[in-house]
Design a protein around this ligand. Structure first.
Ligand code: CP
Ligand code: NVA
Length: 301
């Protein structure tokens, strides 16, 4: 594994390896066991979109690994003034040991990897959010013990989260059911991949059907970063695609709820369901730190 660009590029073994290392790093952190695997290394973090979790967890994670995190706002970089990504990649490769980038187009992340000579980590694009899904899988395994035989459902927009979750959950052996309204389906590349999993994957327009008997329920905002202008239109399209008591009633009694955050209460999830499952949702947020540290050690160590 040379980069973390999208879940589609990872094998099941690579995913499990990252999760195992993440568990170990979490244990070491909780027990004050130092783990300076990246001493003397520098990570550049390019952000073309807002972030709370990704920025802080990468920055702290790099610090805990003994390395140097560098926040690079696109407003200040020449990339924000149009310097091509091919040139940025070749220049930054001469100073840094790795780059994390959050941006709009998946192609920009792939181009950084293509033209640069250091590991590239995708911190979210319009297409996918692999760092988040690694933390989600870590959290599911923590709460449920294993993946085999579990059913996960995703209710809402077929967005970057849905795209990565479908791939990640299928790869580790979970059943996946996705409920999206017409016109808001996951990416075709992802649906083509999922088609290879036969009845392990289901796409429906019925949230109740997707949630039936499931072990893990995911949702995400109806309007992602960059789609703010469509927020009102989307509120209408996603009416009925809310994780609420009705949905929880058809899931398994011990079903867990996951949300990558930020959450919009009373839109994609009710306040009541969110707060009833805050324990696993905030563990999920914490696990960003451990999962990403594992990714950095694998790629830059
Ligand atoms: N879940 C997530 O990626 O959060 P941020 O947008 O705050 O980084
Ligand atoms: N789908 C959301 C995820 C945020 C972490 C977005 O792209 O804004």
């Amino acid at each position: 594994m040379k980069h973390l660009l999208k879940m589609l590029y990872l094998s099941r073994e690579e995913i499990i390896d990252i999760l195992n290392l993440a568990d170990q790093l979490k244990y070491e952190l909780k027990h004050n066991i130092p783990h300076p695997h990246l001493k003397g290394k520098s990570l550049g973090m390019i952000f073309q979109k807002a972030s709370t979790r990704t920025r802080v967890s990468f920055e702290t994670g790099m610090y805990q690994l003994g390395g140097n995190p560098m926040f690079l706002s696109s407003n200040d970089l020449q990339i924000g003034r149009g310097e091509p990504v091919q040139d940025t990649a070749r220049v930054l490769s001469r100073y840094l040991d790795g780059i994390m980038i959050r941006t709009f187009e998946q192609k920009e992340v792939e181009d950084l990897a293509k033209y640069g000579s250091i590991p590239i980590i995708n911190g979210l694009t319009d297409f996918c959010h692999p760092c988040q899904i690694l933390a989600d899988l870590m959290t599911i395994r923590e709460f449920k013990g294993q993946f085999n035989g579990l059913k996960m459902c995703f209710i809402g927009d077929g967005n970057n989260m849905a795209n990565s979750l479908i791939v990640g959950c299928l790869k580790v052996g979970m059943k996946v059911a996705v409920a999206c309204p017409e016109g808001y389906h996951p990416d075709k590349q992802v649906l083509d991949f999922a088609a290879g999993y036969g009845d392990m994957f289901e796409l429906t327009d019925s949230p109740l059907k997707a949630a039936e008997n499931c072990d893990v329920i995911f949702t995400d905002v109806w309007a992602s970063m960059g789609q703010e202008g469509e927020a009102e239109k989307r509120k209408i399209a996603f009416k009925g695609y809310q994780v609420n008591d009705e949905i929880m009633a058809v899931a398994k009694p011990d079903a867990m709820v996951q949300h990558c955050l930020p959450a919009h209460r009373e839109e994609e999830i009710t306040e009541k369901v969110f707060e009833a499952h805050a324990k696993e949702i905030f563990e999920e947020a914490e696990n960003r730190l451990h999962a990403q540290k594992a990714v950095m050690v694998k790629l830059m160590g």
